[in-house]
Every structure is written in structure tokens, then in C-alpha cells.
Design a protein around this ligand. Structure first.
Ligand code: FPP
Length: 249
């Protein structure tokens, strides 16, 4: 996989428009893709894992610095046991098999979510993958695993309250920055663009705090059909948006 960034290709006229620094994706539609193709849900999730590679390549060629993928939500634990086992197995295989390629491509991997709900073997793979790739700077790939935004905010509030209780933090000194610093995403900039595939138009407990000024793009494509070109088209759509952050033009 030798990828040339779009911005490295000389433009014929003018300056290349700024790409989104951070793109977040709700990868939805594996099940519907499987039903439409007459295959098992498991096969749909495996095709979904192939589309993850397309998204990473799309992010790299578009000079995106952070890509966050919603791989497993805190609510996904309520799916049938065999599907949960299947998804966890797929994630483990991904962490084992893809990590060397990701490392070679300069990808820095970070996993966000409730680690205490994950099994020791998956935690070990996450620690190993994060340690191996921690100095890479080409792109940061954030995988949201056992992630729920309300959980994340609740945990942050608990940590802040305990600092207030201990007297190391004054209530008046609590700012938006304090809250941000206690989220799983501390040190990661807010997403500029959030894509959800499959035609559903909701956030499903994903990055609620962080997406206050994010541009949303809801695409009809089912996740297994997502390609590098879909990513590039989404970036072009983002570049046509007028972001005002509540201010007047
Ligand atoms: C939503 O589709 C998708 C998921 C719950 C799992 C996402 C996982 C992957 C794309 C594969 C593995 C990920 C990585 C990072 C290697 P759905 O099952 O809810 O689809 P449906 O709404 O059509 O039923």
C-alpha cells in the first residue's frame, strides 16, 4: 500500500482547500449488507473490516490527521452472545494481523472506551498495538471500543468530583477545558466531520460532547461498500460547507 496524499499532488490552479483534521465514522449497515447479499451477519462484519482499510487509506490520501471509528458501542453488548463473540474475535484478529501494516504506514493507534468491560486478551493486544505505534505521526487512528459517550461524560464527572472532594480542584476552576481533559478523547481534537453510513440519521451515543460544532454527513451507502473514493467524496462535501461556529458571517 503506497499512498500519495492528495495535497502532495501539485494543483493546477490556486491553493488546495483544507481537509478536515479529524473525521469520525459510525460504520453502520453490516447486517443489512449481509441480508441483501444473502450471507451471514458474521460475513457482513468481516466485509466491514475490509472497509476499515479503505477508510484508513482514504484518510491518509486526503491528509486527515485523526480518524475515529465507532467499532463497538457500550450498547452493542446487548446483541446476541454469538454476535458479540464474533465481533470481539474480529477485533482481536484485526489487532493481531493488521498492526504491522498499520505501523509501516505510520499509523498511531489509540483505543477509547470502557477498558474494564474488555477481556484480558483483547486488552493485552490493545496495549501492545498502542505501544508499538505510539511514535507514529502520519495519522492517528482512534478505535472506539466498548465506547459510550454518556459513560465517558459520567466517568469524567466522577473524576472531577473526586478531585473537588480531595480539595485539589476548586468548583470555580472547572471549565470546558477541565471536562475535555477528563474525557477518553483528551488531547484529540474535536471531529470536524462525522460520517454515518447506512442512511440512519442519529448519533447513537457517539462523541456527544466532542461533536458540538462537527459537520454531519449521512450517507446511504452500507458500511461494507464504503471505499477510498467514498471518503474522498465526503471530504469534498465537507470542503463545500460554511462553518460559522455560531458567529455571523
Ligand atoms: C454496525 O452494523 C456495525 C457494527 C456494530 C460493528 C462495526 C464493526 C466493523 C465494521 C468491523 C470491525 C471493525 C474494526 C475496527 C476492525 P450493524 O451490524 O448494526 O448493521 P445493521 O444496522 O445493518 O444491522
Amino acid at each position: 500500500m503506497v499512498l500519495q496524499a492528495v495535497a502532495d499532488i501539485p494543483a493546477e490552479t490556486g491553493q488546495a482547500p483544507t481537509p478536515p483534521k479529524h473525521v469520525a465514522i459510525i460504520m453502520d449497515g453490516n447486517g443489512r449488507w449481509a441480508a441483501r447479499s444473502g450471507v451471514s451477519r458474521s460475513r457482513g462484519h468481516r466485509k466491514g473490516a475490509d472497509a476499515v482499510k479503505e477508510a484508513i487509506e482514504g484518510a491518509i490520501i486526503n491528509n486527515v490527521q485523526y480518524l475515529t471509528l465507532y467499532a463497538f458501542s457500550s450498547e452493542n453488548w446487548n446483541r446476541p452472545e454469538d454476535e458479540v463473540t464474533d465481533l470481539m474475535g474480529l477485533l482481536k484478529m484485526y489487532l493481531k494481523k493488521e498492526i504491522r501494516t498499520l505501523n509501516k504506514e505510520g499509523v498511531c493507534l489509540k483505543v477509547i472506551g470502557c477498558r474494564d468491560t474488555l477481556s484480558p486478551d483483547i486488552l493485552k493486544l490493545i496495549d501492545k498495538a498502542e505501544a508499538l505505534t505510539k511514535s507514529n505521526t502520519r495519522i492517528t487512528l482512534v478505535i472506539a471500543l466498548s465506547y459510550g459517550s454518556r459513560d465517558e461524560i459520567t466517568l469524567a464527572v466522577k473524576e472531577i468530583a473526586s478531585k473537588v472532594g480531595l480539595g485539589t480542584l476548586k468548583p470555580n476552576d472547572i471549565s470546558e477545558k477541565t471536562i475535555e481533559e477528563h474525557l477518553f478523547t483528551s488531547k484529540i481534537p474535536d471531529p470536524d466531520l462525522l460520517i454515518r453510513t447506512s442512511g440512519e440519521q442519529r448519533l447513537s451515543n457517539f462523541l456527544l460532547w466532542q461533536s458540538a460544532y462537527t459537520e454531519f454527513l449521512f450517507l446511504p451507502v452500507l458500511w461494507p461498500d464504503f471505499t477510498q473514493q467514498t471518503f474522498t467524496d465526503a471530504v469534498l462535501e465537507f470542503q463545500s460547507r460554511d462553518r460559522r461556529y455560531g458567529a455571523r458571517p
